[in-house]
Design a protein around this ligand. Structure first.
Ligand SMILES: Cc1cc2nc3c(=O)[nH]c(=O)nc-3n(C[C@H](O)[C@H](O)[C@H](O)COP(=O)(O)OP(=O)(O)OC[C@H]3O[C@@H](n4cnc5c(N)ncnc54)[C@H](O)[C@@H]3O)c2cc1C
Length: 284
């Protein structure tokens, strides 16, 4: 299908992008890699009158080392996240997960920021951001603000980014000294997660001293498995202890049934995949 007619603005700075959104009013949409937005336009599920392309904004195309964290531009592609040396060294959970997103063609065009702002409950990268307590730098007519991951993902396909705002970058804490793993259950190698689990653990002297666990596609937004984290911390880094802790992985989730899986199967997957993800993160 062919989208409705729209004007196209190629921004070269964040300020230009914000000004173009302000000028266009509520009918404008930001264009990242277009991998989710363009199918929506072609199906005429949305008909913006203006697209503001941010894929050429230099500030949004870079990854910078801030010491304890990496600041990843929103227009950095999933392919670049997968292959960036700093991400690989400091946040391997993010690069491993990027390698599980879609296929190479989509990874080459789709962006980290677009994936987070699209906020598909089946999206993999938002779950990693939620597990690691990432921060989102958002620019709008009133300047810039920073939103914690816990407040960024609001509902199905809805984030804290307003219609007149641009996601500029995502600040991701480094995982030095932690083990991590993303476990994804999907129908085929290049499909969305039926359920996914992002896990990072710190193991010292045979005990788990830090744990971060978040789940994909068991509710409208990525869900932090707080009760699993509490059960893990202070316990032994053994398969038995991890499997026991993972039994509470479905706490706080609200999975739905669809053509891929029934809600109770998703609940089962949440527990099994959490056990696997945490065990692999702990090196077991
Ligand atoms: C066949 C297929 C398979 C896929 N499989 C997976 C998968 O397994 N796992 C997975 O996680 N994802 C998957 N995806 C989604 C893919 O990762 C998309 O690239 C991603 O969801 C959107 O990124 P984008 O840069 O293309 O965003 P776009 O399509 O350009 O935009 C998506 C939304 O985000 C907004 N937006 C984009 N950038 C910004 C910004 N900087 N500021 C404000 N708003 C912005 C747009 O306005 C739009 O509403 C798949 C997509 C396809 C088509």
């Amino acid at each position: 299908m062919i989208p409705s007619a729209f004007d196209y603005v190629k921004a070269s700075t964040v300020d230009e992008a914000v000004a173009a959104l302000a000028e266009a009013g509520e009918d404008a949409k930001v264009l990242g890699g277009g991998q989710s937005l363009l199918p929506v336009l072609r199906l005429r599920l949305n008909a913006p009158t203006v697209l503001v392309d941010v894929s050429g904004v230099g500030e949004m195309r870079s990854i910078s080392d801030e010491g304890g964290s990496l600041l990843i531009g929103a227009a950095v592609t999933t392919y670049e996240v997968l292959h960036d040396a700093a991400v690989n060294a400091s946040v391997p959970l993010l690069s491993q997960t990027a390698g599980l997103v879609a296929d190479p063609a989509i990874r080459h065009r789709g962006t980290f920021g677009g994936s987070c702002t699209h906020a598909d409950p089946a999206g993999d990268l938002p779950t990693v951001a939620r597990a690691l307590d990432a921060e989102f730098v958002i620019a709008g007519p009133g300047g810039r603000r920073t939103v914690a991951a816990a407040d960024f993902f609001v509902d199905y396909f809805t984030t804290a980014v307003g219609p007149d705002e641009v996601l500029v970058a995502v600040r991701v804490p480094k995982l030095d000294g932690w083990g991590s793993h993303y476990e994804k259950f999907h129908r085929t190698a290049q499909a969305w997660a039926i359920v996914g689990v992002a896990a990072a653990v710190k193991v010292e002297g045979g005990s788990i001293t830090g744990a971060r666990v978040a789940l994909t596609n068991v509710g409208p937004t990525p869900v932090r498995a707080a009760s699993v984290e509490a059960a893990l911390i202070g316990g032994p880094a053994t398969v038995e202890a991890i499997t026991a802790a993972a039994q509470s992985a479905a706490d706080g989730t609200s999975p739905t049934s669809d053509t891929h899986a029934a809600a109770d199967f998703r609940t089962h997957l949440a527990k099994v995949l959490t056990g696997r993800a945490v065990a692999k993160a702990a090196g077991l």
